[in-house]
Design a protein around this ligand. Structure first.
Ligand code: UDP
Ligand code: MG
Length: 315
């Protein structure tokens, strides 16, 4: 009894890569079919994220030419994460498992076989992890490493060198769609789902055509979103800084008073210095406390599911 597999591919202005990508993915699907690991209801689902080039017309032609191709078109550009989610939501009711993959095939599609094997062995989530970052620039490599370390420091459960190349079973997808937050950072949310998971490593390739749709600015925004979506620790730092500065100001006040008593200072110096520090400290401290409450509201408005049931056994 083989399973239905959907390969979900978000595409934003990818006319240069689509012909080659579709050819390679079709080969992969045919190979898996032949091995009887998947059934003929499996599809390659392209999500057009509001492209302005010929992406959608290429996708429609592909759908015409072969039944294994399918497409979703978004009303406008909503960004990689949202496009991916739209694809996964579409796949959810039609598949047993879905693999998400970038259109430029930087993630080695040979890892798909192993992902499917892990799924057949009972894993609900299989993470694709880069074994090396040789093809990335030194800049991207160091910033990425720093980012993962920083996220971990902030207490976010995130898998090193794993981007959005992963397999998710139907029930993992159902769980994912229960996360109702509007700020999506999938690689932070997926580990929250739990279930049995596995890791598959692969070599990351270079983009074979076209250019990156993630310029530095988008990358920074993405990283910042990731941090603020998962951690209120930055607010804690403000509170801590406020408390520290206030403490220092109290000490300074004592010193300033002593100086005044010993007659070292000019008129007005003590009160001026004392109040600048004390007020600054109190302000930061109160900002931090207000921030704490905003943080709570923010956590609440997310309406994240509080648990996800793995199994129920009642005799
Ligand atoms: N992408 C998207 N919407 C966007 C930006 C990117 O759907 O607004 C897709 C893009 O087509 C590709 C994937 O996200 O399939 C990853 O983008 P890219 O390869 O440009 O990022 P990089 O590998 O350089 O980080
Ligand atoms: Mg890429």
């Amino acid at each position: 009894m083989s399973k239905t597999l959907y390969i979900v591919v978000p595409c934003y202005n990818e006319q240069e890569v689509l012909p080659e990508t579709s050819r390679r993915l079709l080969e992969k699907i045919e190979f898996l079919l032949q091995k009887q690991k998947i059934n003929d209801k499996s599809r390659i689902l392209f999500v057009d994220d509001g492209s302005r080039d010929a992406t959608w017309s290429i996708i429609s032609d592909l759908i015409e030419s072969n039944e294994y191709f399918a497409g979703v078109k978004l009303s406008r550009n909503k960004g990689h994460q949202n496009a991916l989610l739209a694809g996964l939501a579409t796949a959810k009711d039609r598949c047993d498992a879905a693999i998400s993959l970038d259109a430029d095939l930087q993630d080695d599609i040979e890892a798909i076989d192993e992902m499917v094997d892990n799924f057949i062995d009972g894993c609900d989530i299989v993470y694709g992890v880069r074994s090396s970052r040789k093809t990335d620039t030194a800049f991207k490599r160091t910033t990425a490493k720093g980012f993962y370390r920083f996220m971990r420091l902030l207490g976010v459960d995130i898998i090193d060198d794993h981007a959005d190349y992963r397999l998710m079973s139907k029930r993992a997808l159902e769980a994912l769609l229960q996360f109702e937050e509007s700020n999506l950072f999938l690689r932070g949310i997926v580990p929250q789902i739990g279930f049995k998971s596995a890791i598959v490593t692969y070599e990351r390739h270079e983009r074979f055509a076209g250019e990156s749709k993630y310029p530095l600015k988008k990358m920074l925004m993405f990283a910042f979103d990731g941090i603020t979506s998962f951690s209120v620790k930055p607010i804690r730092f403000v509170t801590l800084a406020g408390a520290l500065i206030f403490g220092v100001s109290m000490l300074a006040m004592v010193i300033l008073l002593l100086q005044k008593l010993m007659g070292y200072t000019v008129q007005g110096w003590t009160t001026l210095m004392g109040s600048i520090w004390a007020l600054g400290g109190i302000q930061l401290l109160s900002l931090g406390i207000i921030g704490e409450y905003i943080g709570k509201i923010y956590q609440e408005t997310k309406r994240r599911p509080k648990f996800i049931i793995d199994k129920i056994e009642i005799k």
